[in-house]
Design a protein around this ligand. Structure first.
Ligand SMILES: *Cc1c(COP(=O)(O)O)cnc(C)c1O
Length: 498
């Protein structure tokens, strides 16, 4: 299967090339030329298989230049204990007869990004070999908090690879910040920037398209790549867990083969929910995808009106990993829902960069509404949902998952749709102790990572192993830089150590 740009460039790339390059040379995102189909019989055959075999099978449908043997090896290495602290890797937790939470935070950094970023280094290393690339790769990451740490863990000390992470210095939780700034490994670098996630993402995109800098880095023996969800290698492992959830529901007799279910996804950069969209297109019986937003509800407005307008206030919320106004992966959806009209997508994207706004035609808007339902959750409702869920069922959820759960409740009330639904649970509550404790009505005087212990005492839940002992680590990468200094930071990191 070959990959093409969302912006009309006619060049076709192999999966390995798509993973190495990250972006198309015309600035578009890379998408598969066609979407593979999987029958309900084939889905049912995955029910008896462990997670890593399900993942290898689904990834193989897209990554045709990788053998099933290779993919099975990579996913077996990535998806196992103790790297993940649950044998099911992405277990479901049933909270009432129609509602399940898919817990995607049992990996190395306690957020869903681990599912992709534990296997992606294997995919990238193999892709470099397959494409005959001899230079080293520098992965640049813009993070709203969770991708950064997950990428650092996934890529640390991987031969031939360096990684540099940019995060909003004042826009992440204390746990997220210390997780990144205390990162070990000889090939890593971390910089807080004075700006928000969108500034970090814009800065990284500018570095990719800076021909002079890229030539200079090439001269130093480096090519740049991305571990953000603009890279296809990030999305394809995420498609697998939607199938895995469906298999678990089938296996437990919760649903019948072919029965349609809904997923509700807390959304920022649109990567997670886009993976669900691909699963649906492949034939996974999904009715609606509920796209849950926090106060930065640019996607809610877009799904409601067909107008994407980022000329609005940016809020720092209790669900910081969703504090995003430019959802990059929406570009892939627009391409799929506009009959693969790369020219149309290119014009939306240039309107977005020139005016901060674009509108899709009513046909495309109708296609979006057939599949997606918008869901909004305020700051107050986020905290209330955490408290209600814990008090009613003893189930502890983080702020992002709470946004999704509340959005699901709102959707059910408005639509009357009572289909079985899976709330995608994207992070451990222990990453966002301060907000979760506040939600539970606890007052505290100290702040920061010391609250990990407090949350455990208050809730009686064990501290996830990757977060235990975090408080005793000293930051290796303190301080921050201006957003305009990102280029020179990359040059210094790569060319000084050369
Ligand atoms: C990254 C992240 C999200 C948003 O996911 P996208 O793929 O960017 O839409 C939601 N919740 C958590 C905890 C995250 O880390």
């Amino acid at each position: 299967m070959l990959y093409q740009s969302t912006r009309g460039d006619t060049e076709k790339l192999s999966a390995a090339q798509a993973i190495v390059h990250g972006l198309s040379s015309d600035g578009g995102l890379l998408v598969p030329e066609s979407i593979p189909h999987i029958s309900i019989e084939a889905i049912s055959e995955l029910v008896s298989k462990p997670y890593y075999k399900r993942a290898a099978h689904i990834m193989g449908l897209f990554l045709s230049d990788f053998s099933n043997d290779e993919l099975t090896r990579y996913s077996k290495t990535a998806y196992r204990e103790p790297g993940f602290d649950h044998p099911a890797i992405a277990p479901l937790c049933k909270i009432d007869s129609k509602t399940h939470f898919m817990e995607l935070w049992h990996g190395a950094t306690c957020a869903f990004k681990d599912i992709a970023l534990q296997v992606m280094p294997h995919l990238l290393t193999a892709s470099l070999r397959k494409t005959g690339e001899k230079r080293d790769v520098c992965i640049l990451v813009a993070t709203s908090g969770d991708t950064g740490k997950a990428a650092l863990e996934g890529f640390r000390d991987v031969p031939g690879i360096k990684i540099m992470v940019f995060y909003p210095h004042d826009g992440v939780s204390e746990v997220q910040k210390l997780q990144m700034t205390s990162q070990r490994g000889a090939n890593v670098n971390v910089a807080g920037i004075q700006g928000n996630f969108d500034d970090a993402q814009t800065g990284v995109k500018a570095i990719f398209s800076d021909k002079d800098l890229c030539a200079q880095l090439n001269g130093g023996g480096y090519i740049l790549s991305s571990a953000n969800s603009i890279n296809w290698g990030r999305l394809v492992p995420q498609v697998a867990y939607y199938f895995s959830a469906y298999c678990d529901l089938l296996g437990n007799g919760e649903i019948k083969p072919g029965e349609k279910i809904n997923f509700c996804v807390p959304t920022g950069n649109f990567g997670n929910i886009l993976s669900a969209y691909y699963a649906r297109r492949m034939g996974l019986p999904i009715a609606k995808l509920i796209c849950a937003s926090n106060r930065n509800d640019v996607l809610t407005q877009f799904i409601n009106t067909g107008v994407y307008d980022m000329n609005r206030m940016f809020y720092t919320t209790v669900s910081p990993s969703m504090d995003i106004l430019v959802s990059s992966n929406l570009e892939r959806l627009l391409f799929e829902l506009s009959d693969k009209d790369g020219g149309a997508v290119a014009s939306y994207m240039s309107a977005l960069s020139e005016n901060g706004c674009y509108e899709v035609p009513s046909g495309v808007h109708g296609n979006i509404n057939d599949i997606f339902a918008p869901g909004f959750c305020s700051e107050g409702d986020t905290l209330e949902t955490i408290a209600d869920t814990f008090n009613d069922s003893g189930y502890l959820i983080d702020t992002h998952t709470a946004v999704a759960y509340k959005a699901l409740k709102n959707y059910r009330q408005a639509s009357g749709d009572r289909s079985a639904a899976v709330v995608v649970s994207t992070a451990s509550a222990f990453k966002f102790c301060e907000s979760v404790l506040e939600a539970l009505g606890q007052s505290f005087t100290t702040g920061g990572v010391a609250l990990i212990d407090t949350l455990s005492e208050v809730t009686g839940r064990p501290i996830p192993a990757p977060l235990a002992g975090l408080g005793s680590l000293a930051p290796r990468f303190p301080g921050s830089i201006g957003a305009h200094d990102m280029k020179s930071a990359v040059a210094d990191f790569l060319l000084q150590s050369n």
